[in-house]
Every structure is written in structure tokens, then in C-alpha cells.
Design a protein around this ligand. Structure first.
Ligand code: ZN
Length: 421
């Protein structure tokens, strides 16, 4: 359900405001929005004085207003309903576009107002962005990669952008840019695709460097899927802009934290999107914990929950070790939604996991707003509540800077000044 478009300026009056410059909340603040842009923010009386005749006052009492959330890692064309890649990719492109349209609405309603679409088959990702831009379908602002570049038979080969060797990789980058890619996604290691090994690097440093060099030539930034320890090292050395997953996996499927690579990551100032809910199967943990809290968890459920929580700790421990380096301000959340059972609509889960590995709630919010906007090259227009920025906003019931679980409770969403929820 979309709200009608309001032509009048709006004065938003929340209980508290988190501007995203830092993550702490302030009370007694108001935000004036008009023509899709934040016109003013500050003390209620001062902002009210600036408001033109005809401004509509919006009561957001009980809520904390934040910049709209940014999800750096989504797969719109996948339903996140537990099916395997083989099953999901047996769908037609047409059904994948339909799936994407559904997912865009789910994310937007959850206060996620900007996403990166991290790779779909053929032209599905581009079609979704085109549909959004034409106003055919609602959704978060999006940057598309189009198709991920992968080696022959590599992770996500079925998206149809296989490339081997530096020349083919350069051709792929040129083709994707020509088709409309906003950034370049490359699979530097195996992953969940049958026949690939997550802990094994799939490109040489020279191949990754060819992608970076060609992408930068077109002013496009690069993101590399790096589950393998070796792929992380090569990605840093090749000058990749943003590292996905960063799991330090070896070919035997064991995570081995590597201080040398962590130091390289710190030194290089690479952006890192650890996609914590993907490895930990966090949505399943949440569902089981809810059952436990309701007193309806079966014995099998208890055993499953205990196993999942234990397994999750190994991943979270690796992240904690990584955060002993000066990297916190380079980390951004990414849901990896669409894959496995990762349903759309839950950046809140990533915020909870960031807090679990040592972020304060304000730090986690900044990571999902200002830092994410900077990492994807949109820091000039998005990510904070400041005069002149786009009016993409989310209001949570309660105050997530005090209690991160408040981010589960979305009260209102604005995109470009228009109320979505
Ligand atoms: Zn992914």
C-alpha cells in the first residue's frame, strides 16, 4: 500500500532523532522536508519557524527518526525461501523479475531505502532498475551490478557472465558498463554454487587487478565475493574497493583467521561487508528463539538452536578478531538477501549481529547509514539527516541507539520525502 504523494512540505516531529553523522539520539528535534529533500533539521521551534505556510506537521511520537538504511548486498531475483541455487535458477527470467519486484517492496517497507543488487541472471537486475526508475514498481534506490563476473563454472556461473583471463575480464567489465552496471561485482572465490569450493580462490591477483583497472577507468567501483582466505589476500593486493563475506576460509572449509591479511586490510582501507546473517543462518536462530520465548520450542528445536548458536560463534569470533584491527569504520552490513533462507526485509538482523561482535548500537546504525553511503559512493546525497540530503528516512518505535532490537519495529518509512509506510 502506497500513501498518496503529498505536495506540501512536511515537518516531522519524532521523539528522538539519530542524524547518522554519529549514531546517538537527540530529543527535541524536528526535520523539515520538501520536494524530496531535507530542508532543515534542528530544534523544533527553530525548524518550525522556517516552515512555509501550508506545511503539514507529522506526529512521530514514540519513534526515533533515522536516515534510511542501506543494504550493500542483495540478490533481488532470489526468493530467500530455502530453495537451493539449482532450484531457484530453474525459474525463468520473467519469474525472477517478479520475485525481484516483491523483494524490493519487502525491503523498502523495512526501512531499507537503498540497496546494491549484487548479481542476477541475464538482464534481470537491469530490468528491475529500469522498472524502478520508470516508476512502474516501488523499491529502494538501487545500484546494479547486472551480472557477477565469474570464472568458467565458478560461483554464480548461471548468471551468464563467465570470464577467464585478463582480456576476457576486461571485456566483461566493458560489456556490463555498456549495459548499465553501476559497479562491478566479481567472484574471487567459490561459494554456495554446486561444484565450487568456497575456500578456494577463483581468480589470480592479475585477473582481479584487470577488473579493478577496467572498472576504475569507467569510474565504477568494485566489489569482490571473497569467502576464501587466499581470495581475500589477492583482492586487497589487486586494489578491490569492497570485500564481501571475508570469511578466511581454507579449501578444507575451516575458517583460519590470518593476522597478516587483517593487517593488509587495515592498511589498504578496503571496505568490508561481512554478511554475518548469511553464515550464521541468523533468521533461523531468531525463529527458534521466538518459539523458545513463547514456550513452544520442541526438543528437536532446542537441539537445532544449540547447534546453530554454537556454529554461529565460530563465524562471529573471526569477526571479533578482525575488529581488533582499525577497521570498524570500514565495515558495512549486507544481508545477502535472496540466498538460502535469507528473506528480504531484515537489515535489523545485521545490526543485531554487529552489536554481538562488539559494535555499540550507535556504531551499528552509523555503519548501516553514513558509512554504507560512503562505501557505495553516495555519501554526498544519502546516509545522514542533514540539510540538502535526500529525504530517505525510517522511524523506529523506541530508540535503537539504546536498544538495537528496536530496529525490528519500523513505524514509518519515507523515500524521497514520500511516505511509504
Ligand atoms: Zn551474495
Amino acid at each position: 500500500m502506497m500513501y498518496p504523494h503529498i505536495e506540501h512540505p512536511q515537518l516531522l516531529l519524532p521523539d528522538a532523532l539519530i542524524d547518522g553523522i554519529d549514531g546517538s539520539s537527540m530529543s527535541g528535534q524536528a526535520v523539515l522536508i520538501d520536494e524530496g529533500v531535507i530542508q532543515s533539521v534542528g530544534k523544533v521551534d527553530a525548524v518550525r519557524n522556517e516552515a512555509k505556510h501550508g506545511t503539514i506537521e507529522v506526529d512521530l511520537s514514540g519513534m526515533t527518526l533515522c536516515p534510511g538504511l542501506i543494504d550493500g548486498h542483495t540478490h533481488l531475483s532470489l526468493a530467500g525461501d530455502g530453495r537451493s541455487y539449482d532450484e531457484m535458477f530453474s525459474e525463468t527470467d520473467e519469474m525472477m523479475v517478479m520475485t525481484g519486484a516483491m523483494n524490493m517492496m519487502k525491503h523498502l517497507r523495512a526501512g531499507i531505502t537503498t540497496i546494491r543488487e549484487h548479481g542476477a541472471r541475464n538482464r534481470v537486475g537491469f530490468a528491475l532498475k529500469e522498472g524502478l526508475q520508470r516508476g512502474y514498481i516501488p523499491g529502494p534506490r538501487m545500484q546494479v551490478s547486472g551480472r557477477p563476473i565469474t570464472c568458467t563454472g565458478g560461483h554464480f556461473w548461471f548468471c551468464n557472465e563467465e570470464a577467464d583471463g585478463e582480456d576476457e575480464i576486461r571485456t566483461s567489465v566493458r560489456r556490463l558498463v555498456h549495459e548499465g552496471a553501476d559497479y562491478i561485482k566479481i567472484m574471487a572465490s567459490g561459494g554456495g554454487t554446486r561444484g565450487t569450493i568456497p575456500g578456494r580462490a577463483s581468480y589470480t591477483e592479475a585477473e582481479l587487478h584487470a577488473a579493478v583497472h577496467e572498472a576504475h577507468h569507467f569510474d565504477r567501483i568494485t566489489a569482490a565475493h571473497c569467502r576464501a582466505r587466499e581470495s581475500m589476500k589477492r583482492a586487497v593486493q589487486a586494489g578491490i574497493d569492497l570485500m564481501e563475506h571475508a570469511e578466511f576460509l581454507d579449501p578444507d572449509d575451516v575458517m583460519r583467521f590470518d593476522p597478516e591479511i587483517a593487517a593488509m586490510m587495515e592498511e589498504s582501507k578496503i571496505w568490508i561487508s561481512p554478511t554475518l546473517q548469511a553464515w550464521t543462518k541468523y533468521p533461523r536462530i531468531v525463529a527458534l528463539r521466538n518459539e523458545r520465548d513463547m514456550g513452544s520450542l520442541s526438543h528437536e528445536g532446542e537441539v537445532e538452536l544449540e547447534g546453530l548458536e554454537k556454529r554461529a560463534q565460530t563465524r562471529l569470533d573471526v569477526m571479533r578478531k578482525l575488529l581488533e584491527y582499525d577497521l570498524k569504520a570500514r565495515v558495512l552490513p549486507g544481508t545477502d538477501s535472496g540466498v538460502g533462507m535469507l528473506e528480504f526485509g531484515h537489515l535489523d538482523y545485521d545490526l543485531e549481529l554487529l552489536v554481538e561482535v562488539g559494535f555499540t548500537p550507535p556504531d551499528a546504525i552509523v555503519s548501516a547509514t553514513r558509512i554504507s553511503a560512503e562505501a557505495i559512493g553516495m555519501g554526498d546525497t544519502l546516509g545522514t539527516i542533514e540539510t540538502g540530503k535526500v529525504a530517505d528516512l525510517v522511524a523506529f518505535r523506541g530508540d535503537p541507539s539504546q536498544d538495537i532490537y528496536a530496529a525490528r519495529n519500523v513505524g514509518a518509512v519515507y523515500q524521497g520525502g514520500r511516505q511509504i509506510r
